[in-house]
Design a protein around this ligand. Structure first.
Ligand SMILES: Cc1cc2nc3c(=O)[nH]c(=O)nc-3n(C[C@H](O)[C@H](O)[C@H](O)COP(=O)(O)O)c2cc1C
Length: 339
């Protein structure tokens, strides 16, 4: 049996090349770009818009990176797959059949395809025929408890020669909350030969290993937990190697945030990239003494130099007062649903 893979799950607006790159440094085994609208990409003129260019950036340390398409018109999905293939920068094409957003399903895309398996299969076949790259599928168990269509769609993916499937163990009706059905994932894993990666509800490294055991999957894809603990991939490797997980002190958190901003400025305008760092600081700093005040002060900052100076000064202060640890009583209860 192959070693299990621990992947970064795609998250729209969050998992650009900069953030993925940090997760790869921590040992992620693969990742997927945010979803790319096939209608927009398929019809784009030769020169693509800056937003597309940004989502399509790949950094040097990224490996096993799939570009994800969302759409329900087979011809448009095929045209977009051809364009992504021609760029020569991705290792695979992934199809999104999981997005639950009302706007997305309202146009028949994302998890709406779970209600229309015939169309879903036509989309899958069109993409497969349009690219020489391996094709992957990301889906949920079904639309709701009455429409559990993943078992059939995963079999179709296997018949079409897909490389793998990532399966979120919830229905569209559950959105991002409620119980993840590890048993249902396990039944699907057992019914096919292609690798199935289990997804949904992992909150820490220990959880990921339990989920792997419960589902018998080929690996686990981690979404929201990685935003708050990008080191989760390293924690998993440590646990698998029989070590304890490592406390992530102020030095590591703050240098990560400085590096993330510098990387983000490589693919986004500086002002936008720095403003976006506020949410990552809001996830990674709490627990450190004085974090709240620093996060507040970031609100007035949109230059990389000022952002970096503020964090460096903060770190120096913590080191000077010998207070670099994380205090559980200062850490707000970060459930996954708060992302
Ligand atoms: C903010 C956000 C954006 C997401 N964007 C995408 C996306 O673009 N494509 C996709 O396939 N899934 C997307 N997802 C779903 C995640 O990949 C994942 O399936 C889901 O969050 C469950 O995993 P988790 O419990 O580990 O977060 C998104 C999830 C969140 C929270």
């Amino acid at each position: 049996m192959n070693d299990p893979l621990f992947l970064l799950a795609p998250m729209d607006g969050m998992t650009r090349a900069s953030f993925r790159s940090i997760c790869f440094d921590y040992g992620a085994d693969g990742a997927t770009t945010e979803m790319i609208q096939s209608l927009a990409l398929g019809r784009a003129k030769k020169r693509m818009s800056p937003t597309f260019m940004e989502v399509l950036v790949r950094f040097e340390n990224e490996k096993n990176l799939a570009a994800q398409l969302i759409g329900s018109v087979p011809e448009m999905m095929a045209e977009s797959a051809r364009r992504l293939t021609a760029m020569g920068r991705f290792d695979a094409i992934d199809i999104n059949m999981g997005c639950p957003a009302r706007k997305v399903v309202g146009s028949g895309n994302g998890s709406a395809l779970l209600l229309d398996p015939d169309r879903a299969v036509r989309v899958m076949a069109a993409v497969k025929a349009a690219t020489s790259l391996p094709v992957r599928l990301k889906l949920r168990l079904g639309w709701d408890g009455e429409h559990i269509t993943a078992p059939g769609l995963v079999r179709e993916a296997e018949n079409l020669g897909f490389e793998s499937v990532t399966l979120h163990g919830r229905t569209r009706e559950q959105r991002y909350g409620g119980r993840v059905d590890a048993e249902a994932i396990r039944a699907i894993v057992r019914s096919v030969k292609l690798p199935v990666y289990a997804n949904g509800g992992v909150t820490c490294a220990g959880d990921a290993l339990t989920f792997l055991r419960e589902t018998g999957a080929a690996g686990v894809a981690i979404g929201r937990a990685a935003l708050k603990q990008p080191w989760i991939f390293d924690d998993i490797a440590r646990l698998r190697g029989g070590e304890a997980v490592k406390p992530r002190l102020a030095q590591e958190r703050i240098s990560l945030l400085i590096r993330l901003a510098a990387l983000a400025c490589r693919h986004r305008p500086e002002r936008v990239a720095v403003c976006e760092m506020r949410k990552f600081c809001g996830w990674l700093l709490p627990g450190l003494t004085g974090a709240e005040g620093v996060v507040k002060r970031l609100n007035g900052i949109d230059a990389l130099s000022a952002y970096t100076a503020l964090l460096e000064d903060y770190l120096n202060e913590l080191v000077r007062s010998n207070d670099v640890g994380v205090h559980p009583e200062l850490t707000p209860d970060c459930t996954l649903d708060t992302v």
